[in-house]
Write a protein that binds this ligand. Structure first.
Ligand SMILES: *[C@@H]1O[C@H](CO)[C@@H](O)[C@H](O)[C@H]1NC(C)=O
Ligand SMILES: *[C@@H]1O[C@H](CO)[C@@H](O)[C@H](O)[C@H]1NC(C)=O
Length: 371
């Protein structure tokens, strides 16, 4: 059979794909003051995570740029010293690079003009990476919170990002001036905004009254929290507040966070989405149930591409995905095999039956093809 040249291209793995630049070209771009998002990848056949990033990166490159940010990739097997110099320890690593304006005017000197690096730590999806770019371009280069007013703060809190913090601080006079409190609280907040600027969005406003507060809005989880002036001044309180507000009821299991779930000894309700889109629907359906049982169970979603073999170990088939409950203390696993489709009600009934001992733990070898 003769293939047209177009379908022939589609058959070559990676044909529509990575278009790497050299490390020297990256330096030249930075010297010109270009803001650049770089994926440092390593294209060994085994490096699955780099391969998984490829379609995401290609799709980012085909979209309108966020604030003129160039999106490039570097193959580290060809430029290993440059990758090591950029502190790349595992692949793929995603960094937003920008040379500070002052050093752009001096003579090009790759060693003295070190670009400012911002690590991307979020999930490797196009939408999360774009949200990161918008967040990083919204705040000033110093990382100070965005000024808001009473007119635009509501829109800002509900549309600027998934998780938005808003600091309201009293004027630096009057009662708070006497103790210097509002200035101190403001500093505390600004330093948190710098620490977390890559993950969440921060706004700030001055209010005529003396009561300083920090509020947050998690637009995904529907959570609103606030922190009073007295609480803000407690050591570590702002970090704790940020963590609490950003907490996902049903997080995605990653290599970085998996230990934290296994350490608590609570049972884990895994869901392997059969398709990437199935995750969002599952979260919408299960969030209330996960909240209800948060004290006893961890609900997580587990990406079979990131954890190959995990679905099979939990009694599921990799291609069909599904739900399985794992007790890390006993090693028992309970794959969901019921005829009712997965819903909050059917899973709650299933969990109840497990607790009452009415469901037998699955043994490896029992197969996972029954319906
Ligand atoms: C770059 O700057 C460093 C430190 O200022 C200096 O040691 C080095 O010689 C410079 N390199 C070039 C190529 O100008
Ligand atoms: C809100 O409005 C003020 C005054 O017009 C403006 O300076 C500020 O940048 C606005 N903030 C946002 C997030 O739109």
């Amino acid at each position: 059979m003769r293939l047209s040249s177009f379908s022939y291209l589609l058959l070559i793995p990676g044909a529509v794909a990575w278009n790497h630049i050299k490390a020297s070209e990256l330096q030249e771009r930075l010297q010109r003051g270009e803001r650049t998002l770089v994926a440092y990848i390593h294209h060994q056949p085994q490096d699955k995570p780099s391969q998984l990033l490829e379609p995401i990166w290609t799709s980012l490159q085909s979209q309108p740029p966020v604030d003129e940010t160039a999106i490039v990739s570097i193959e580290c097997s060809l430029s290993l010293p440059d990758c090591l110099q950029a502190d790349v320890a595992s692949y793929p690593a995603i960094r937003l690079l920008l040379l500070p304006p002052s050093s752009q005017t001096t003579t090009p000197n790759a060693t003295s003009n070190k670009p400012k690096q911002h690590r991307y730590r979020g999930p490797r999806t196009a939408s999360s990476i774009l949200a990161f770019l918008r967040r990083m371009t919204r705040q000033s280069s110093s990382g100070l919170p965005t000024p808001v007013t009473t007119e635009n703060m509501t829109t800002f809190a509900s549309t600027a990002d998934d998780v938005v913090f808003l600091g309201r601080f009293g004027p630096s006079k009057g009662k708070e001036k006497a103790t210097g409190l509002s200035g101190l609280l403001r500093k505390e907040y600004e330093s948190a905004a710098r620490r977390y600027r890559d993950r969440y969005t921060f706004g700030i406003m001055t209010v005529p009254t003396s009561g300083s507060t920090v509020t947050c809005q998690n637009n995904v989880e529907g959570v609103h929290l606030s922190l009073s002036a007295a609480e803000i001044s407690r050591p570590g309180a702002v970090d704790e507040f940020v963590r609490r507000c950003a907490e996902e009821v049903i997080p995605a299991l990653t290599r970085r966070n998996e230990l934290s779930f296994y350490e608590t000894g609570k049972s884990i309700v895994h869901f392997f989405p059969p398709t990437p889109d199935a995750r969002a629907a599952y979260l919408a359906e299960m969030r209330p149930l996960a909240q209800k049982y948060a004290e006893y169970l961890h609900f997580v979603t587990t990406d079979p591409r990131e954890f190959p073999g995990a679905a099979e170990m939990l009694g599921l088939s990799r291609s069909q995905g599904g739900l399985s409950v794992q007790n890390p203390n006993t090693g028992d696993v309970y794959p969901y095999r019921r005829r009712e489709k997965i819903s909050a009600a059917s899973v709650e009934a299933f969990l109840g039956d497990i607790i009452q001992g009415n469901v037998h733990a699955w043994k490896p070898g029992e197969g996972h093809d029954e319906l």
